[in-house]
Design a binder for this molecule. Structure first.
Ligand code: PMP
Length: 408
């Protein structure tokens, strides 16, 4: 038998990695050996973390831990099946009923993540007779959901109601056969809060433009859940648009502090998703501890409104500090504050220097954002203290001068 080494059919991956490294686009993982929190141990260094989505500090809230532990004791570690076979537990149904009450919608269906909520719902409710109209900066999971749908799609300019109106008018005029035959459904999809820039979608104008042509609106509130609206009900509550947005997607993985996603809307929407949404049909349901902790989170958000107040007070303090220091924070209106530095090499160096000085702020580079818009993406939470934020600002000031990003 010959013993000559066989060529590795995946050898090209090494070349691709070398290319990413050369272009400063390779992203190593930082590993956390403590609980998530405003201060965490990352790569064995104690740092002030400005990079989690734990907006309300619920990942480690005592009531959340208790709820998860009780669920494990009572129901075990895993659910053991997909929802449609033997994996629907009372906890899943209770969580959905609680979320529907919270969101003021008829019904809610949960998914394993916000990502699968988007990739589940879009192809389940759209087909070849429909049209999807999407903001150009929508999240990857919306883009993947659209790719999985048979419906054609058009993109409108980011957060631009005039561009949306133009796209809608053209679609209505042409129709689905070029001769004006109406689409069965036109679905306008937008993030509620855009995750890279922290800006809020102009939802009232979007809803108005959609209503004018009989289109439905879907909003992905991943970064608005727990952040915007009364008790963190999201962008629809923030703008007072209850009843006018057909599909609201939320995540349970960020402010809610655990893992999961959901679709809130009508009873028919929930029922059809149970029949058709592929992640729901073909992937195992949440472990009991996850469902129980999510349920507790929705209650905490209503019992402790001071958490969201603190989140916004911290947001104002940190943003004002960055602006005072002379950083470009783009168009952010939420706790997501990008510190835009330009090229990816400077940004990665900046992030590394922050880390060495005890502040964890992740760099976001191309292709997630445009080549010349690389940034440190910061998120403050309700759990940060004034002292932590001021210390972090001091480090931004120091590193900003050191790398010549700010002057004066
Ligand atoms: N939508 C948006 C806008 C997001 O930012 C994210 C998370 N990055 C998701 C969906 C996915 O949510 P999850 O982490 O629950 O899968």
């Amino acid at each position: 038998m010959g013993t000559a080494p066989r060529p590795d059919p995946l050898a090209f991956l090494g070349d691709e990695l070398a290319d990413l490294r050369k272009r400063h686009l390779f992203r190593p993982l930082r590993v956390m050996s403590s609980a998530q929190g405003p201060v965490a141990v990352m790569d064995e260094r104690l740092v002030i973390s400005l990079s989690s989505n734990d907006y309300l500090g619920l990942t480690h809230h005592p009531r959340m831990k208790r709820a998860a532990l009780d669920a494990v004791e009572r129901y075990g570690a895993g659910s053991g099946a997909v929802r449609t076979i033997a994996g629907t537990m009372t906890l899943h149904e209770e969580l959905e009923a609680e979320l529907a009450r919270f969101k003021h919608t008829e019904a809610v269906l949960t998914f394993q993540s916000g990502f699968t909520a988007n990739t589940g719902v879009i192809p389940a409710i759209t087909g070849e007779d429909d049209l999807i109209v999407s903001d150009e900066l929508n999240h990857a999971s919306i883009i993947d959901g659209m790719r999985l749908s048979k419906a054609p799609r058009v993109v409108y300019k980011h957060a631009d109601p005039a561009s949306l109106r133009e796209v809608l008018a053209g679609a209505v005029r042409r129709g689905r056969d070029g001769q004006g035959t109406p689409y069965r459904l036109i679905l306008v999809v937008t993030d509620g809060v855009f995750s890279m820039d922290g800006d809020i979608a102009p939802l009232p104008e979007i809803v108005e433009a959609a209503e004018e042509v009989g289109a439905a609106v879907m909003v992905d509130d991943a970064h608005a859940s727990g952040v915007l609206g009364r008790d963190g009900r999201g962008s629809v509550s923030h703008f007072g648009l209850e009843g006018r947005v057909a599909v609201q997607v939320g995540t349970l993985s960020k402010a809610v502090g655990v893992l999961g996603g959901y679709v809130a809307g009508s009873q028919s929407l929930r029922d059809i998703l149970i029949q058709r949404a592929r992640p729901f049909l073909f992937s195992t349901s949440h472990p009991p501890a996850v469902a129980a902790a999510c349920l507790e989170a929705i209650r905490i958000m209503q019992d402790e409104p001071e958490l969201i107040e603190r989140l916004w007070a911290n947001t104002r303090r940190f943003k004002a500090g960055l602006t005072r220091l002379g950083f470009d924070t783009g168009r952010s209106e939420t706790p997501i504050t990008p510190v835009i530095l330009g090229d990816s090499e400077t940004t990665i160096r900046f992030s590394n220097r922050l880390f060495e000085e005890g502040v964890f702020g992740t760099s976001v580079v191309y292709p997630t954002v445009a080549l010349d818009r690389a940034r440190i993406r910061t998120i403050v939470t309700a759990a940060h203290t004034d002292e932590m934020l001021d210390e972090a600002l001091g480090v931004f000031d120091q590193v900003g001068h050191e790398l010549g990003v700010i002057r004066g």
